[in-house]
Design a protein around this ligand. Structure first.
Ligand code: IPM
Ligand code: MG
Length: 355
């Protein structure tokens, strides 16, 4: 098969880690008989510099002409201060999620066996959970307002709204993923306070009857934050709304002790899906061959699994990554004193050699 891949290399370390991910893709192509055709797409801070806006005209159309999108990282302090939405990198991220209909954000947080000692928590069960974050609704996309009041100064509001349909489609994703994994689903909400959460819970309970083979529980978001540090091994799939998912997925990634290793997928009902490392653009180490390319490389594995239904190719990548880590090779972000530290290029090369 020939696959068309859109590359949004983005800012900071984005181009370096995408570079290594592409080489891994090509190596897989050779081994398994696929070819990949790449299209570079300008988006993020670099697009602000080149064409004056983070999300240039036609970005979504160019992505839609491809089978999947691989994104490095966008943003950085250089572009952090503008009040003009066109000049903020985040605008591009939210726009592409909306325009490509990427309502399901899959963020696995797994402790890789070789790095078990990096986990900052005491845990004997290991960590292997998947956060399924709703990505195109809720407070991120509700009406925003800012106005003067007569007696209370300025006031601002952000509307959080969810429809049954939006909840049901992300809920189904959660249950379906749980079926493919450990058959456990935790739905996180704030139903003791928020009306959107009460509707969320109502829809989830309806689905739970349909998916009676999946062990289901409701968890309030504050408790979920606590349980994640108390006993992360208890979770399999966690499904939640947009902002709770934003916060909990950062927490979950940190407890694995190796944020540089974690990939993510954003998918909708139609291609293309978008794949990206969880980490940011790390401008402080950009261009120095120091970034860890593993999260980008594992994002390619997710692309093979979720967009192309190529599980053997996905497993080949994951096995190669674990083999290199088992041999003790580390990039600086995951190194302990005395470890063999390698740069971005060398880490990519070591992984390809295992394929
Ligand atoms: C993420 C990021 C984004 C989000 C920001 C950069 C808009 O934090 O992907 O988690 O909040 O969704
Ligand atoms: Mg976030």
């Amino acid at each position: 098969m020939n696959y068309k891949i859109a590359l949004i290399k983005g800012d900071g370390i984005g181009p370096e880690v995408v570079g290594e991910a592409v080489k891994v893709m090509d190596a897989i192509g050779e081994k398994f008989g696929h070819t990949f055709e790449y299209t570079d797409i300008l988006m993020g801070g670099c697009a602000i510099d080149e064409v004056g806006r983070s999300y240039p005209e036609g970005t979504a159309e160019k992505c839609r002409a491809c089978d999947a999108v691989l994104l490095g990282a966008v943003g950085g302090p250089r572009w952090g201060h503008s009040t003009d939405p066109d000049k903020r990198p985040e605008t591009a991220l939210l726009s592409i999620r909306r325009d490509l209909g990427l309502y399901a954000n899959l963020r696995p947080a797994a402790l890789r066996p070789a790095l078990a000692e990096s986990c900052p928590l005491k845990n004997d069960k290991g960590i292997d959970l998947m956060i399924v974050r709703e990505l195109t609704g809720g407070v991120y996309f509700g009406k925003r307002d800012r106005y003067q009041t007569e007696d209370r100064g300025e006031e601002a509001s952000d509307l959080m709204a969810y429809s049954e349909k939006e909840i049901e489609r992300i809920g189904r994703r959660g249950f379906e993923l749980a079926r493919l994994r450990g058959k456990k689903l935790a739905s996180v909400d704030k139903a003791n306070v928020l009306e959107t959460s009460r509707l969320w819970r109502q829809v989830m309970h309806r689905l739970a009857e349909e998916y009676s083979d999946v062990e289901y529980e409701d968890v309030l978001v504050d408790n979920a934050a606590m349980q994640l540090v108390r006993d992360p091994g208890q979770f399999d799939v966690v499904v939640t709304e947009n902002m709770f998912g934003d916060i909990l997925s950062d927490e979950a990634s940190m407890i694995t002790g190796s944020i540089g290793l974690l990939p993510s997928a954003s998918i909708g009902d139609a291609a293309p899906g978008l794949y990206e490392p969880i980490h940011g653009s790390a401008p402080d180490i950009a261009g120095q061959d120091k970034a860890n390319p593993i999260a980008a490389i594992l994002s390619v594995a997710m692309m093979f699994r979720y967009s192309f239904d190529l599980p053997a190719e996905a497993r080949a990548i994951e096995t190669a990554v674990d083999a290199v880590l088992n041999e003790g090779w580390r990039t600086a972000d995951i190194a302990k004193p005395g470890d063999a530290v390698v740069g971005t290029l060398k880490m990519g090369e070591l992984i390809r050699a295992k394929l």
